[in-house]
Design a protein around this ligand. Structure first.
Ligand SMILES: [Ca+2]
Length: 116
């Protein structure tokens, strides 16, 4: 007597997500800025390290973008990437280190301030 045993195998698909967090921080000490901050507004952003500011308009909407920032010497300045979107951005060097920065999109609004 043959006892047929139909076994429905239950397949447990175990997906092991290996988060290979290989954060290779290879930035040489000499290239690391003393201070750094990055601020975003939609796809627009500005970043500052020490006395260097870079601002980028990432939205092709006709609205220019500017970094609004303060320097350690008390100056309050802005730097425009006023193109509406040209894929290049703009950068500049200033007389003193940036102490706080935000990014603003013309006619739209600004990110919050970020301190360096
Ligand atoms: Ca834009």
């Amino acid at each position: 007597m043959t006892h047929k045993h139909s076994l429905m195998g239950k397949i447990a698909a175990v997906t092991i997500g290996i988060a290979a967090a290989s954060l290779a921080l290879t930035t040489p000490a000499s290239a690391r800025p003393l201070t750094y901050a990055e601020v975003w507004h939609g796809d627009d952003f500005a970043r500052a390290n020490d006395n260097h500011v870079f601002v980028f308009d990432g939205e092709s909407d006709g609205n220019g973008v500017y970094a609004d920032f303060w320097l350690a010497n008390g100056q309050h300045l802005s730097q425009w990437d006023g193109s509406g979107h040209d894929a290049y951005g703009s950068d500049g060097y200033y007389a003193a280190n940036v102490t706080k920065i935000r990014v603003c999109e013309d006619h739209t609004g600004c990110s919050g301030w970020k301190n360096l």
